[in-house]
Design a protein around this ligand. Structure first.
Ligand code: UD1
Ligand code: CA
Length: 453
């Protein structure tokens, strides 16, 4: 059957107290709405229709997914919101799945089950319920003596007796499309001035149509986000799921509650994550690494057997057996080849450090191409910026850069060269040359003098 999907996202989100619409507040690095879109896309035959209203421009700007939008200018309730999608779906699909933007834990699997049930249903409607002790403002499901769902009563208008019911409406539905568009026209304004989508249950029952109910085993799936407390609560559940999956796949976490990993991150076996570690964006960590405590890694690739202590990485690449920290910062374009050692207080930007190169203490390396087994002494700075341009530093293999060397770029230092402590190098240095002083000049090394004798 052809499946259409409607995602309701037009609400005012008053309870957020925010200038930004609720549905694009980030949840584990992605806009809240994107979770509902992902699940809907997994089951829908055509792009989901997102009903937007409040701050719709901001919402459409933030969402990159392939969806279409329907506009609800006035927020007159959930039934009215679904009506706004009719023009885009009518005649194109046989079934319509309806979900809300503020329910990020609803899985594609649940939507599949819902559709399967509706496909077996002669009647026009299947809905999702949960049972539990926390009402969260959910509508209550009224059933008749033989257990058939009769009506949904919104919490706002329920009697004290009805409030005691502990079966709740999850707000997820699947309808026969033709029936839905007709039935929506029959919904009357509720006592609070809104058109409730939930009235469709009564409308179906009164027409003696069969309604099916899918009850979820995991009530967490139906948690809706109305305020920032709910955001934190859902994020915690999501993080726990991600971390548990990673731990079962072979990653060790010393204190999983204090490890923050976005769903886009992958980590190989026997890597150990210490507390206060944040792994975000397009990040991959190899096997046998030790990361943290206190480390933030964004959009970076880390090889195998690396050790990263209390450091910050963004847009970096580390090959195998790299050791770094504490207090290092790698910025975009930092590429550390295997066996590079970076001690404390080092910063590397847009630079390549060759295999086995060591940079122990207090250095800045920017816009540089550095060979293998280079020793970068304490306090070395690539002076890459002349006030207008960023200039390049090149250093050959096995060169020794003495402590506190200033390398005034653009500059090339050859292989097996030496710069003396405190030198300010303003001119290129050839292979095997030794320079000292301010500005640095070439001196003969002891070896050279001995060979001359
Ligand atoms: C709704 C259900 C309730 C259910 C609960 C589950 C109704 C009347 N009630 O209540 O039975 O238990 O979900 O989470 O449907 N929206 C619009 N336009 C509007 C109004 C709302 O797009 O005019 C959107 C909201 O942005 C939100 C969704 O519809 O994404 C649900 O609206 P909300 O006001 O949050 O309804 P609930 O009170 O949660
Ligand atoms: Ca809600």
């Amino acid at each position: 059957m052809k499946i259409g999907s409607v995602i309701l996202a037009a609400g005012l989100s008053k309870r957020m107290n925010s200038a930004i619409p609720k549905v694009i507040h980030p949840l584990l690095g992605k806009p809240l709405l994107s979770y509902a879109i992902e699940s809907a896309k997994a089951v829908a035959s055509i792009p989901p229709v997102v009903v937007v209203g409040f701050a719709s421009e901001k919402v459409m700007d933030a969402i990159k997914a392939d969806v279409s939008y329907a506009h609800q200018i006035e927020q007159l309730g959930t039934a009215h919101a679904v009506q706004m999608a009719e023009a885009q779906l009518s005649g194109k699909v046989e079934l319509v799945v309806i979900t809300s933007a503020d329910m990020p834990l609803v899985s594609a699997g649940t939507l599949k089950k819902l559709i399967e049930l509706q496909e077996k249903n002669d009647g026009p409607m299947t809905m999702v319920s949960i049972t539990g002790n926390e009402s969260r403002g959910f509508g209550r499901i009224l059933r008749d003596d033989s257990g058939n769902a009769m009506a949904i009563v919104e919490e706002k208008v329920a009697t004290a007796e009805q409030l005691k019911i502990n079966e709740y409406n999850a707000g997820i539905y699947c309808f026969k499309a033709d029936w839905l568009w007709n039935a929506l026209k029959k919904v009357k304004k509720s006592p609070v001035g809104e058109y409730f989508l939930t009235d469709l249950l009564e409308i179906a029952v009164q027409a003696r149509e069969k309604v099916m109910v899918l009850t979820l085993d995991d009530a967490d799936e139906a948690i809706g986000i109305n305020n920032r407390i709910h955001f934190a609560e859902v994020e915690k559940i999501m993080r726990r799921r991600i971390n548990e999956k990673l731990m079962l796949s072979g990653v060790t976490m010393i204190d999983p509650e204090r490890v923050y990993i976005e769903p886009s991150v992958s980590i190989d076996q026997d890597t150990i994550l210490y507390p206060e570690t944040y792994l975000r964006g397009n990040t991959h960590i190899g096997k046998n690494c030790e990361i943290g405590p206190g480390t933030i890694i964004d959009d970076s690739t880390v090889g195998n057997d690396c050790r990263i202590l209390k450091s910050v990485l963004e847009g970096a690449v580390l090959e195998d057996h790299v050791e770094m920290g504490p207090f290092c910062r790698l910025r975009t374009g930092a590429h550390l080849a295997s066996h590079v050692h970076m001690g404390n207080f080092g910063e590397v930007k847009k630079s390549y450090l060759g295999k086995g190169t060591k940079m122990g203490h207090f250095s800045y390396i920017g816009d540089a191409q550095i060979g293998e087994d280079v020793n970068i002494g304490a306090g070395t700075i690539t002076c890459n910026y002349d006030g207008e341009n960023k200039n390049k530093t090149v250093i050959g293999d096995e060169t020794f850069i003495g402590s506190d060397t200033m390398l005034v770029a653009p500059i090339t230092i050859g292989k097996k060269a030496i710069t003396g402590a405190g030198s300010v190098v303003t001119r290129d240095v050839g292979d095997g040359e030794k320079v000292v002083g301010v500005p640095a000049h070439v001196i003969k090394s002891k070896n050279d003098e001995e060979t001359k004798k």
